[in-house]
Write a protein that binds this ligand. Sequence first.
Ligand code: NI
Length: 174
Amino acid sequence: MGYDIRTYGDPVLAAVADEVENIDGKLVRLSQAMLQAMYKAPGLGLAAPQIGVQKQIFVYDIDGEPITLINPRIVESSGEWVYDEGCLSIPGLYVEMLRPKQVLLEALDINGNDIRVEADELLARLFQHELDHLNGVLMFDRMTDDQRKQALIEYRKLADGELPRGEKRHIGLK
Ligand code: NI
């Protein structure tokens, strides 16, 4: 049994997730189910609201190691970096976005240990993107007005099946 990934328009994606209070067997099973859904998609990262669970937890794997982070906070950020961002909840759409290049993230790991991660470029972008999910923020909320107009038109076509399955649309930063 697996979870379906919720897509744009589902209200759970616009809600603020609750802080995790207990790291127990149930949470470990949730993290395993999230990783399974992420690999199946496939994607690099997945936040709990994307499978309909309003808890502050996300998983990712960018170099072959599955990692779970709980109650994450970005405590420092610096620089600027443009990257073509995608989201499993907005399938097919890739949007060029400017965000800080480096972040320092604090969180708990799945064993309840405090961890700090200094991230740059792709990892820093993934952290910022997944944290947005925990705050009910989607890429549409981060786009410029012009990008959002264009993105909504293209996404509607993708979602309505007017474009071939697996088709991708890129929206540049102007
Ligand atoms: Ni996403």
